[in-house]
Ligand binder design. Structure first.
Ligand code: ADP
Length: 174
């Protein structure tokens, strides 16, 4: 069968069940998928790229159809390096559409070979985002229903880091 690869880029800070659902669906369509973990410094991530990649590895197990790589620069440069020009993005709701549409068109201007494919998760996961999961965890809520076990463990651990615990306390006060 012809190699039919795709890149699924994102921050994955941390990976949650919506992401895993999109990855699972994409492996049914593509022969292999590169999960590309973007540094996303502007978003002020809670976890380093290395930790985010480790959480993905621990959650996905050993699957030869899935590769997890860091993504430091532009997605189009990464696509050229990998020689993979299909990008997967998840669409949860109409609210995602405008940003995703803009990104897809910009990426296509930068690299005309790039095509973006959108996958929709199971409805149970449409409300999930890494941001909301972090909020719940930092307020001491139970996130085990929303993230795979390795990410839940890391989120719990993060609460014991003095700087993060202090941020959570400040948020609870405000
Ligand atoms: P980014 O910082 O690039 O938005 P995220 O890690 O938040 O990265 O998400 C990566 C990709 O996964 C994006 O395409 C996003 O729309 C998609 N995604 C995020 N949450 C969900 C979800 N609950 N269901 C389906 N797709 C999702």
């Amino acid at each position: 069968m012809k190699e039919n690869r795709a890149i699924y880029p994102g921050s994955f800070d941390p990976v949650h069940l919506g992401h895993l659902d999109v990855i699972r669906r994409s492996t049914q369509i593509f022969s292999s998928v590169i999960v590309a973990v973007a540094a996303s410094k502007a978003k002020g991530p809670l976890f380093s790229v290395d930790v985010r990649m480790q959480m993905l590895r621990d959650s996905l197990g050993d699957n030869p159809a899935i590769e997890i790589l860091p993504l430091h620069g532009l997605l189009v440069d990464f696509a050229r390096e990998q020689e993979v020009f299909t990008v997967i993005r998840g669409l949860r709701a109409v609210s995602d559409f405008e940003f995703e549409f803009q990104m897809a068109l910009m990426n296509r201007k930068l690299e005309p070979r790039l095509e973006t494919v959108y996958l929709t998760p199971k409805e149970d996961y449409t409300y999930l985002s890494s941001r909301i999961v972090k909020e719940v965890a930092l307020f001491g809520g139970d996130v085990e229903k929303f993230v795979p076990a390795p990410a839940a463990a890391r989120l719990k651990q993060a609460l014991f880091e003095p700087e993060i615990a202090e941020q959570a306390r400040l948020r609870q006060k405000s």
